[in-house]
Design a protein around this ligand. Structure first.
Ligand code: FNR
Length: 355
């Protein structure tokens, strides 16, 4: 646990590479196939520009916002990422603590290395989401949803882009196997995942996921269900028609389908399809305050980050995670002012240019 200094989020990757063992680092950083989509996630932001606005009398812009009735200090939240024990001995518990200290939302993955209870406790009353990878075993799904609800999850994130793991070469080259048990698997299934490769873990997940599954989860859990992994307006409409209370636009950080567009490329059309009916969360490739701005101005209500937070977790534990969220929010606040926006709602109404 130590203070880390951040100049920009990209630099964390090389620093983290020095301290995370090769197999774990490969798993965290990788994309699928030749990582074209992972790279496009970054490049896509360069297809639009922020309109510089002056004479708007903006001082000390406010980054605070709210979602599902909970107020947060920043629109930047934590994406669900598996096996954070690979980065730090305290794993998700440290992440949850850092995220809470930054005043924003933690998302717990089904494949966390600390338990739902322990991670929830570390959130210290701050809002958090529980992410479900549906299993073929409905009792497993129920057990996880019950556990998440009883410990106070604000919403369930149902990830639907992982009916099959993307082809990720570093894991194959490194013969990567999870060196740690995954707490929820250990508690509620036959295998803990320890000593298993990623393909074996995905094999237990439900492959055929449809709108009926969204509805079943929503009806069972009685919490807002956010459908994660949406990259097409028609699929957003399908999710909404099946009872989704939120749409999470994501291509899994370029780890699943390679050859598809950057996540930011598809955000505007999906936001138009959702048309303000439910919150839109956006992720994949966000590393800069200006990118947070562009995502919000393109229809996102919240923006999530994955890898940079895990790298910061490795480098500085809970403090490191806190610093990442505060730092990215700081960059975003500078952009807000230079673009003449006082509030997050102003950002959502801001004009983007296409030169
Ligand atoms: C993920 N992601 C992910 N998503 C999910 O719904 N459940 C999960 O368990 C995981 N696990 C996971 C592990 C690791 C190591 C990474 C990097 C990502 C995807 C994640 O939620 C998010 O969509 C991406 O991380 C966003 O892209 P960036 O910010 O990492 O570029």
């Amino acid at each position: 646990e130590q203070a880390i200094k951040i100049i920009n989020l990209d630099e964390l990757e090389d620093q983290a590479r020095q301290i995370i063992p090769q197999g774990g680092f490969g798993y965290i950083s990788e994309g699928s196939e030749d990582e074209w989509t992972k790279a496009r996630n970054r490049a896509a932001f360069n297809t639009v520009q922020i309109a510089p606005r002056v004479l708007h009398s903006v001082e000390a812009p406010s980054t605070s916002t709210s979602v599902f009735g909970v107020s947060i200090k920043t629109p930047v939240i934590m994406a669900p990422t598996a096996a954070q024990g690979l980065a730090h001995t305290r794993g998700e518990a440290a992440t949850a603590e850092g995220v809470a200290a930054a005043g924003t939302i933690m998302s717990q993955s089904t494949y966390g290395t600390t338990s739902i209870a322990e991670t929830a406790e570390a959130s210290k009353g701050a809002p958090w989401f529980f992410q479900l990878y549906m299993s073929n075993d409905w009792e497993f799904n129920e057990a996880l949803l019950d556990e998440a609800k009883s410990h106070g999850a604000a919403a369930v994130v149902l990830t639907v882009d992982s009916m099959q793991g993307g082809y990720r070469e570093p894991d194959i080259r490194n013969e990567f196997q999870f060196p740690l048990p995954m707490a929820n698997l250990a508690a509620f299934s036959e295998t803990s995942g320890k000593g298993k490769g990623i393909f074996e873990i995905y094999a237990a997940a439900k492959q055929k996921i449809t709108g009926a599954d969204v509805r079943r989860v929503a009806e069972y859990v009685g919490l807002p269900v956010i459908v994660k992994g949406i990259q097409d307006p028609c699929d957003a409409a399908l999710a909404l028609g099946s009872g989704a209370s939120g749409i999470w636009v994501s291509n899994h950080g370029g780890r699943q389908l390679n050859g598809g567009p950057g996540s930011f490329d598809v955000l505007p059309s999906i936001a138009r399809a959702v048309n303000g009916r439910v919150p839109v969360i956006f992720d994949s490739g966000v590393r800069r305050g200006s990118q947070v701005f562009k995502a919000l101005a393109s229809g996102a209500d919240l923006v999530a980050i994955g890898r940079p937070a895990i790298y910061a977790l490795a480098l500085g534990g809970a403090q490191g995670v806190r610093t990442v969220f505060e730092y990215l929010t700081h960059e975003f606040r500078i952009v807000m002012q230079l673009a003449g926006t006082q509030t997050v709602d102003d950002v959502k109404r801001a004009k983007l240019l296409h030169y």
